[in-house]
Design a protein around this ligand. Structure first.
Ligand SMILES: [Zn+2]
Length: 85
């Protein structure tokens, strides 16, 4: 999966410095509103309009489709598993 540079910034949860993310697929650069995960603490984060990271809120989650929620949960579990190994 392709990696994209993002504005260098600290995770709002753990302060781990993040400067890249993976796209949804190899041809889709992340855009505002996209979800990403912190590799330092595994927090689920969202890019705001300036591509700054913020923790996702219950209101944000409530607005997601069931399919997208399931995809996020699956990818979050994969990340947590990968970081444990
Ligand atoms: Zn973090």
């Amino acid at each position: 999966m392709k990696t994209y540079q993002t504005p260098k910034q600290a995770c709002p949860v753990c302060s781990h410095v993040l400067d890249r993310t993976m796209g949804r697929d190899d041809s889709t650069q992340p855009v505002p509103g996209d979800i990403t995960f912190c590799i330092g603490c595994t927090a689920i984060l969202v890019f705001d309009q300036q591509m700054k990271l913020a923790p996702i809120t219950p209101e944000f989650i409530a607005g997601l489709s069931p399919e997208l929620k399931a995809t996020i949960e699956t990818r979050h579990r994969v990340l947590i598993s990968a970081l444990r190994n």
